[in-house]
Design a protein around this ligand. Structure first.
Ligand code: GDP
Ligand code: IMO
Ligand code: MG
Length: 430
């Protein structure tokens, strides 16, 4: 009997999960997404080509591996169809090795409308949602009014769909939302709805399964399963910087409910952190840089959202937040990505504590959004050299090894590998 290994983001998302999952996939039989939906944008690069996945797990480029969209994930059929056709253009036929949980919930066009309506109603307090309908679709799931993938095969699906849509329209009306002017990816909502309903036929071509049975059977047979997280621990619905979070459980606990595996079946937990820190959308970010260094991180790191294209806010690595994420997830192995972005920096800083009203703490306060947090920064010498062709972890420049060693010391978690470029081949295992 084997266990599920987990790979997830320890910051505010975009840590490089897609790339690392792709690199680790050869060691596994099954790669399964357990939460989130098209708000995610996971980038993979190999043979000079870049791929961005939103709903589909990042093991899909390995034809002999099964990829599973678990029950905890949200599926938007139009976005899913586009992803499938983008893959087909690259010669990848996902119908063979992609299985979908019948219990995964659907994002309706009207969920996307409500997302926009909610954000508009919040005014200055808006979260900066990706507007893919995540919040409203998870709201319906919890309210027990949602529609699931398995429902599309039922004779009364259309009736249920219309009922839910009417509820959403009433809600939008109470929020004074201008439906006539609203566009989804450039389409009026009626037009988008037609595309959405047509996209259900694409979904029906897939192996729609009870994925909890499938995953547990795989484990019983000794197969190796990797659970792929989306977003990051600091965007978790419970432990993130609420309300500036996403609407799912992005931490290891989410693997149990999002795939139907018992806690005793969780194996290694691999947490990913950038060598610095980024955040897209609103909410607290104690180490954010508003100066030239921040701009340099954004430019050199190509820090623009893979889903929305928005520039990502950039700052130094935040050890209190990282330690918090390691604690919540039970991280056993760290992966650090993108130190190469800082190759030219004279010095690199690390936040080791928060100064809140003159008191030093390494804990995330309940009032995270309200208090002024001064990051206590420790300066490290820059390594001032390219990492290209370095070949092995031990040959990394000493100042970078020192910096990585300090991350290990402060988190108490060993680093398993470092990624030094967007490409699949550039991961140095320790
Ligand atoms: P994810 O959401 O966690 O999968 O991460 P994203 O794909 O949204 O963002 C990570 C970005 O960094 C992508 O553009 C990747 O191609 C890129 N990337 C990943 N690892 C590295 C690395 O080690 N160095 C550099 N320079 N870029 C990387
Ligand atoms: P990956 O998987 C970074 C952010 C949004 C917003 C907040 C809520 O690529 O790391 P939502 O659309 O869920 O209502 O947005 O969460 N967010 C992400 N930020 N990476 C992501 O995914 C994100 N998914 C959501 O910017 O602030
Ligand atoms: Mg991303």
């Amino acid at each position: 009997m084997s266990k599920v290994d987990v790979l997830l983001g320890l910051q505010w998302g975009d840590e490089g999960k897609g790339k690392i999952v792709d690199v680790l996939t050869p060691d596994y039989d099954v790669v399964a997404r357990f939460q989130g939906g098209p708000n995610a944008g996971h980038t993979l690069e190999f043979n000079g080509i870049k791929h961005v996945l939103h709903i589909i797990p990042s093991g899909i480029f390995h034809a002999e591996k099964i990829n599973v969209i678990g029950n905890g994930v949200l599926i938007e059929p139009c976005i899913f169809k586009k992803e499938i056709s983008d893959l087909a253009e690259k010669g990848v036929d996902a119908t063979k090795n992609l299985y979908i949980s019948k219990k995964a919930h659907l994002i309706l066009p009207s969920h996307r409308m409500l997302d926009a309506a909610n954000e508009q109603a919040k005014g200055n307090a808006k979260i900066g949602s990706t507007l893919k309908g995540i919040g409203p679709a998870y709201t319906d799931k919890i309210a027990r009014t949602g529609l699931r993938v398995g429902d599309i095969m039922e004779f009364d699906f259309r009736e249920k769909y219309e009922m839910l849509k009417c509820q959403h329209l009433r809600l939008a009306h109470t929020l004074n939302f201008d439906i006539a002017d609203f566009r989804i990816d450039g389409h009026a909502i009626d037009e988008y709805e037609r595309m959405w309903l047509a996209s259900l036929e694409t979904l029906k071509q897939f192996n729609l399964i009870n994925s909890e049975y499938f995953i547990n059977r795989c484990l019983d047979e000794g197969k190796r399963v990797l659970a792929e997280g989306a977003q990051g621990s600091m965007l978790d619905i419970d432990f993130g910087s609420y309300p500036f979070v996403t609407s799912s459980s992005t931490i290891t606990a989410g693997v149990c409910s999002g795939l139907g595996v018992a806690p005793s079946r969780i194996g290694r937990v691999m947490g990913i952190s950038k060598a610095y820190c980024t955040r897209v959308g609103a909410g607290p970010f104690p180490t954010e840089l508003f100066d030239d260094t921040g701009t340099r991180l954004c430019d050199l790191g190509h820090e623009y959202g893979a889903t929305t294209g928005r520039p990502r806010r950039c700052g130094w690595i935040d050890i209190p937040a990282l330690r918090y994420a390691c604690m919540l997830n039970g991280v056993t192995d760290l992966f650090v990505t993108k130190p190469d972005v800082m190759n030219d920096f004279d010095e690199v800083k690390m936040c080791v504590n928060y100064d809140i009203n003159g008191t030093l703490t390494d804990q995330i306060p309940f009032e995270f959004n309200e208090v002024e947090i001064k990051p206590q920064l420790v300066t490290h010498k820059g390594w001032k050299q390219s990492l290209q062709g370095i070949g092995s972890y031990s040959r990394l420049p000493q100042p970078l090894l020192d910096y990585l060693g300090e991350i290990e010391r402060l988190t108490g978690i060993p680093i398993k590998a470092v990624s030094i470029s967007p490409d699949r081949k550039d991961v140095l295992f320790k």
